[in-house]
Ligand binder design. Structure first.
Ligand SMILES: Cc1cc2nc3c(=O)[nH]c(=O)nc-3n(C[C@H](O)[C@H](O)[C@H](O)COP(=O)(O)OP(=O)(O)OC[C@H]3O[C@@H](n4cnc5c(N)ncnc54)[C@H](O)[C@@H]3O)c2cc1C
Ligand code: FES
Length: 337
């Protein structure tokens, strides 16, 4: 039986025994270690980990979950990797985060507000229980009557039973049509979570946040936490949207910059405005402008935006110690496998 050493971000290591043919994620879950996992199908990339030693079968997955470059750098997907001998892997989350169990909660819609013509702020309330999530994580929300779910990042903290999400409506999309045409306060929504390893770690050096569209949602939760705790290192938030109206929650972000060393840079890609530069967030990835020798980097938004930011950072040779991404992959992707 292969032994699997799981190194967590906080320096803790657990060695577990895998059963023949079991994936790393299956072995971990069987033994009560909830490493971040969503699709369990090689489609979302949530379970990405870093291989250190030993032989394994990487399994099947799609490029959006793990790129060729990432595989070449030693990354693998714990839900697909089958050890063929003793292996050592770095889990990209702390041991504490892996103890957070995912559960399904019955919630009720308490608010539906169009914060832009394309973006709805969805507010729900549990029956009183608190969902313990880390700011930056997400939940899978069931579309009533469809038996299917969509993923959404929490955009507030877990201090109360009230939860908030920002949803960009996609023409003809299942959840989008439900929210636009049918949803009303009082509707029941089943929510499963928390999920994901995109949550904010302690800020120990200058940090870059890149948000595309509703990719601002997890950063709102993170900034709310940081504003409560205080931070001494500078944070630069680069926020891009297709239209000026889709640069949502700016007042809230500006309030955070009153209490945090936070600099906000906004841009708009799909129209010209008098207030903001036209183009994508990559315009600020400039060696001369980003002078600090080492950053931590967080990126969240559509697939293409996350990849463009990664590429621009590499091209400009911006150095970083820690690098975290959340891709808002369209839900149909797993079927393309
Ligand atoms: C981890 C994770 C977190 C996410 N968090 C958020 C969030 O906080 N806020 C948010 O708005 N979205 C988020 N998403 C995206 C979200 O889960 C849905 O994919 C999106 O809301 C569309 O769902 P739908 O049911 O309306 O459309 P679907 O029925 O899934 O799709 C309908 C059609 O539109 C296409 N499509 C789907 N999404 C897009 C898109 N973004 N752009 C262009 N075409 C698209 C599909 O390929 C399909 O052809 C997240 C995704 C992931 C994986
Ligand atoms: S949980 Fe492994 S790729 Fe989705």
């Amino acid at each position: 039986m292969p032994h699997i050493a799981l190194n967590f971000e906080d320096g803790i290591t657990r060695i577990i025994e895998g059963l023949p043919g079991e994936t790393i994620a299956e072995a971990a879950y069987r033994l009560g270690i909830n490493i971040p996992l969503d699709c369990a199908d090689g489609a979302c990339g949530t379970c990405k980990c870093l291989w250190k030693s030993g032989k394994y079968d990487p399994g099947d997955y799609i490029e959006e979950a793990l790129t060729e470059d990432e595989a070449a750098e030693g990354y693998g997907l714990a839900c697909q990797m089958r050890p063929e001998a003793d292996v050592v892997v770095d889990i990209l989350a702390s041991s504490a985060a892996c103890k957070i169990t995912t559960a399904t909660f019955d919630t009720t819609i308490t608010g539906l507000e169009f914060v832009s013509p394309e973006i709805v702020k969805l507010q729900v309330k549990t029956g009183g229980e608190r969902i313990h999530f880390l700011p930056g994580q997400y939940a899978n929300i069931e579309i009533p009557g469809s038996g299917t779910t969509r993923s959404y990042s929490f955009s507030n903290l877990c201090n109360t039973s009230e939860l908030e999400f920002l949803v960009r409506l996609v023409p003809g999309g299942l959840m989008s049509v439900y929210l636009q045409d049918q949803a009303q306060a009082g509707d029941a929504l089943a929510l499963t979570g928390p999920i994901g390893s995109f949550y904010n770690r302690e800020i120990t050096r200058p940090t870059l946040f890149f948000a595309g569209g509703t990719g601002i949602a997890p950063f709102l939760a993170m900034l709310e936490k940081l504003a409560k705790e205080g931070v001494s290192h500078p944070i630069q938030l680069f926020f891009g949207a297709t239209t000026e109206a889709n640069l949502v929650e700016l007042e809230r972000i500006r309030a955070f910059s009153e209490v945090l060393p936070l600099e906000l840079h906004c841009c708009v890609s799909g129209e010209s405005t008098t207030q903001y530069p036209t183009g994508f967030v990559t315009q600020w990835i400039d060696r001369k402008a980003l002078k600090v020798p080492l950053y931590d980097v967080y990126i969240c938004g559509p697939n293409a935006m996350v990849d463009a930011v990664k590429l621009a950072l590499a091209e400009e040779e911006i150095q970083y110690e820690n690098f975290y991404t959340e891709k808002f992959l369209p839900s149909g992707l797993s079927e393309a496998k």
